[in-house]
Design a protein around this ligand. Sequence first.
Ligand SMILES: Cc1cc2nc3c(=O)[nH]c(=O)nc-3n(C[C@H](O)[C@H](O)[C@H](O)COP(=O)(O)OP(=O)(O)OC[C@H]3O[C@@H](n4cnc5c(N)ncnc54)[C@H](O)[C@@H]3O)c2cc1C
Length: 420
Amino acid sequence: MSRRSVRPRQVHVVGAGLAGLSAAVRLASRGLAVTVHEATHQAGGRCRSYYDSTLGLEIDNGNHLILSGNQAALSYLDLIDARAGLTGPSSASFPFIDLATGERWTLRANDGIIPWWLLDPARRVPGARLGEYLALAKLLRAKAGATIGETISCSGPLYARLIEPLLMSALNTEPRSGSAALAAAVIRETLAAGGRNYRPLIARNGLSNVFVAPALRYIAGHGGSVNYGRRLRRLTLGAERVSALDFGDTSIQLTSSDAIVLAVPPAVAGSLLPELSTPTESRAIVNAHFRVDPPAGLAPMIGVVNGMTQWLFAFPQRLSVTISAADDLLELSREDLAQRIWREVAVIANLPDAMPGWQIVRERRATFAAVPGEEAKRPGAETAWENLVLAGDWTRTGLPATIEGAIRSGATAAGLVAAL
Ligand SMILES: Cc1cc2nc3c(=O)[nH]c(=O)nc-3n(C[C@H](O)[C@H](O)[C@H](O)COP(=O)(O)OP(=O)(O)OC[C@H]3O[C@@H](n4cnc5c(N)ncnc54)[C@H](O)[C@@H]3O)c2cc1C
């Protein structure tokens, strides 16, 4: 009997963000022995919940939204039995407000692939012409390396009231300079695939409850383990294989059948593998949280045009605002930001001017910048070392840095390791 058949192959997953967890659960589901090593004392990386003592509430590090067409994310949630933790409308509907005019509307798509909802002025963006929607097809045929600004006209009601808000959040990059190829990938899998593929889905009771804790249970239930406070410092790189992992106080020698999934952020991967090309430019996301009960009837998520606020989310006991590509706001004081954002929230939600308890969370390097130059630097999952594969939202997934991209990258990495 071969050695391989008596001892399950050991896979070390470094980094317990969604990419690492996705790889770990897929590997565990195939019967491989999985050990996850996480530098911090909590799993989830950029997609996690924590107790905020200022608000006295458990909050998420950032409001996260996925769409019903995010197949990899949903299949991950199915594997760990957590899909029920997502909530969203039964069809693709997006309430919006324009803070400059006070207009409110709800975009309501039909489920099927033929977008007949566009023919109904009451369901589409007010003021937008049908021709503007049709022009979006140009994005799907964009030239490699082109920006969105080079591919479609970034003006007009449809752009200002739907395309800009949608792409700003999907790319976390000012869309004019954003990669047309990445925008096209998002549109192909969602808007162009019919309303049933872009129902918005939110982890109403916290990201960790849905995306993280069930994965940790799944790993433990399949004999795997997660080590916290384990920061990988160095990889011992041979000509063809990695032979050891060095965590400073401990090191692990790898046997000839052991493998590694390196699921750390791009700067960390670049320091561990100096020859590796990685995106280096990033964009910030600002979230503002206000401790207030959402007024009855307020939609769980509202798109905001012509404001500093981009999306308003209603959670139990809290209203939260997301502002993507927010690098310009990093220099403002937290108080100033909170005041300015609250003034808008009070209008949107019809609440008194007095600001309730608040928290501002600024993620300076929330995601890599989804511009063509950075897109070109993304490496594939395979490396020059046969037992080392990469995962992370910044690897070459074909998608911007999203939950879907991170989870897809983990599944890709797991597939490569399982095939070794
Ligand atoms: C504020 C905010 C809002 C967002 N909103 C959305 C959204 O609405 N929808 C969406 O789809 N996406 C959104 N995203 C993006 C999404 O969160 C990320 O794409 C995803 O979480 C990235 O997962 P990852 O595993 O690739 O990376 P990470 O989450 O960064 O995971 C990397 C892990 O590696 C660990 N690590 C680092 N160095 C080491 C080391 N040396 N040794 C061991 N471990 C190490 C880190 O601690 C971390 O746990 C948002 C991101 C932010 C920050």
